[in-house]
Design a binder for this molecule. Sequence first.
Ligand SMILES: Cc1ccc([C@@H]2N[C@@H](C)[C@@H](O)[C@H]2O)cc1
Length: 447
Amino acid sequence: EIPLQYGADRLGKRQDAAMQKFRDNRLGAFIHWGLYAIPGGEWNGKVYKGAAEWLKSWAKISSDEWMKLMDQWNPEKFNAKAWAKMAKQMGVKYVKITTKHHEGFCLWPSKYSKYTVAQTPYKKDILGELVKAYNDEGIDVHFYFSVMDWSHPDWRYDIKSKEDEEAMARFFEFTDNQLRELAERYPTVKDFWFDGTWDASIKKNGWWTAHAEKMLKELLPGVTINSRLRADDYGKRHFDSNGHMMGDYESGYERRLPDPVKDLKVTRWDWEACMTVPENQWGYHKDWSLSYVKTPVEVLERVVHAVSMGGNMVVNFGPQGDGDFRPEEKELAAYIGSWMKKNGECIYGCDYAGFEKQPWGYYTRKGDDVYMVVFNPPYSRHLVVKTPGGTSIKAAQVVGGKEVKVEETARNEFNVDVPSALPDEPFVIKLKIEKKQSGKTYRDALT
Ligand SMILES: Cc1ccc([C@@H]2N[C@@H](C)[C@@H](O)[C@H]2O)cc1
């Protein structure tokens, strides 16, 4: 192995209680909320199709011009308790909030920046209100933090001169101050999810990324940190030059998921995916007709897909500038929540089952219970299950419903019956499995 000073701090999954809670949570929500929610993708009468939280970039707006939006920041419909109720009803166990996105506007009254809620007509500490409201509902709070800060004069994309080096030194001190401030003001925060760390200016300073993780873990024992923060001695990100994951969970699955057959390697480490409901909108965009908007079932399938491979899924919400949510997002939260109320046991605390993927859907597992989450019931009305060697199925029951017939059809192969009255939404069958060789003998073909 290559000797590294700023490579992975640990091999294998963290086994402490805080990480187990991160893992057991499984379903989270992202909140992308900032000045970009005010224009909602439109500038000077032109609607930009790109991600709304990047409007400043698409419309080539100067920071001075962009920050004038602060004078309009007064979300009169914002109600932290209502947001927390919506999250509770959706069944999310944690919420990741953009404390500061690339634009540099802070949802908390940071004393290190003049671009914060304190300098807006709203004045109050939005982040503080949200942390309290979510925590009061028993929901963990995670902080999204963009290292790249378009508003800061010392931010550099690359380091090509002594001045750049000196500027970035000041920038890292500014960032350390903000991170320490967040940790000290909101000590119940459970995770920092870093973004905006792909530029050369960060890759050439792997030492700082290791320092930032170490500093937060000293301030908040148990806190989890995403792999996206980290760059090693050679600028390698997420996984160091020896192939070991940095941080506590992989955070590369943004708007994409590992393949359930080809990418089983991800079951060896912790990982968390995040997704948008439109094709690519994190912040509020006023016109969702510009791209495909996933249906609630399509969102649900991605949640189950992630959990079936031992990962978490964070579903994104982009609140409006007035502090309310668009109807599509309220409906999505309600649908997911009603499904979780009936079937959440196949998500929360569940992991990869180690069964071969089948076309009808996904497996998840909790101890000896294996769940079949069915999205595509077959015309045969038989759900084929291929069990690992020495494993057999003792019983099968629809969650919230009746037993279904299980029949052994070949070595380590079973037919589990689809319920006679086919449910009108994805349904879950709970299997009782047992370590048992089959009583039957099977001959393989001679070919
Ligand atoms: C090219 C690109 C840069 C940044 C992003 C940010 N990461 C997501 C989690 C959002 O915050 C998006 O603005 C997305 C794509």
